[in-house]
Design a protein. Sequence first.
Length: 522
Amino acid sequence: MTASESLWFRRLLAALSGLLAGYAALAVAELAAAAVRPEAGPVAAVGGAAIDRTPAPVKDWAIRTFGESDKLVLQLGIVAVLAALALMLGLLALRHRRVGASAVLLFGVVGAVAATTRPDSDSFADGVPSLAGALAGAALLHWLTGRLTAPARASAPGEGWDRRGFLIAASAAAVASTGAGVLGRALGTSRARDAVASRAAVVLPRPDSSAAPVPRGAQLRVAGVSRFVTPNKDFYRVDTALVVPKVDATRWRLRIHGRGVNRPLALSFQDLLDRELVERDITLACVSNEVGGPYVGNARWVGVRLADVLAEAGVRPPSKGGPADQLVARSVDGMTLGTPVEDVMDGRDALLAIGMNGEPLPFDHGFPVRMVVPGLYGYVSACKWIEDIELTTFDAYDPYWVKRKWARRAPVKTQSRIDTPKPFARPAAGTVMVAGVAWAQHRGIDRVEVRVDDGPWQRADLAAEATIDTWRQWSFPWKATPGSHTLTVRATDRTGRTQTEKRTRTIPDGASGWHSVVVTVD
């Protein structure tokens, strides 16, 4: 091997050293995070910090583009950036070992700062995984690049560096790092085992107030239309949690305090089970849902009336002289949501939900307890993994999304969607069933109309209504003629308000506009 070839080969191995150091850093950090908490891992911490600092339009774009895979894309992006940086640090360390190792330590400090400044962090221990991983990575990088500059053994004269020693060291490092990562995942799984066991042990009591049976005809027999009840596995999930919290229900507590609370409460999960339980069908919608989008779903929820719990704590709504007009709900992951007190105490079925479609809440949807408030977008009402409720005022406190320029108050807008035919479908000429769903929670749907191209609006047939808090299916038999056609839908709610044609973005209080699909009839 010539001197030039030897130099390039060493540079390649130096880059590999950087990758191995980064791999070791993440593996050791994951192992340390298993002892602290999974959310303290560097990828989760840096990813969470990135989400917190990302402008709202960019978040909206990510949700539109990647859907519920947005968090996976972010995590993969972070790992890709770390890999690129590790390659560069490996090349740097070939010439400046201490500088390269010091740079790894610096990244560890950045990760530690991100972890300890997250809203859900209450301990400097959250910084330990990033620092431990950085120390391991820096030491490994310093050691491996040292093998690339170490004198050759006497049995291999002329090499100038210990190739065999490097390969042995690199292989050992890869094996040890993999072992640390596997052990960390195993310990993390063990740590979550109590939470999983606590959910498995939950037996939901029979509700004291059962939901009315879903009326016959609420579910249309039209292929392609959304199911009236959305299965848990298909229910949309939009939140900022990179690591889904696994909360042990036996240790969970809900604190209720703040302005106008005469009797502060600390409730356990069993306390909720022992209270009057109500069962209701309620449709939830995400404010990030574009016109015609998928982030809306209907489920049967079981829980405790939030208004009853607040009244027990001495809370009065503003209309009855209460000093607090905002309820701030806090999640175990640090998320804060602000809900109008008047809305949760006006008689609607606002719940501290513990069950969803006949089973305890799935972890993805907030186990052990979440809020469900019909008529409000989720970002101001649907706090998952809730652990704290503080009564305050809108003037005194801006919750997470309001700080990011979303509206303080966000009633769900009247919306409708065409589920079938799909965009760019090619149905045959003749009668084509156009169908979908419409929703205006806590107001109800009064009328749905369909327009073909620029023709007149024609009334669709409405399925039976379950309650004003659920979506409503609709259908329209269209006499389709050959050619390209645009189908448009709009809904009118029980207050007489018709869905507006004006298109708006999801920011600051939800998208508006008519949903249209273009089809070609053969």
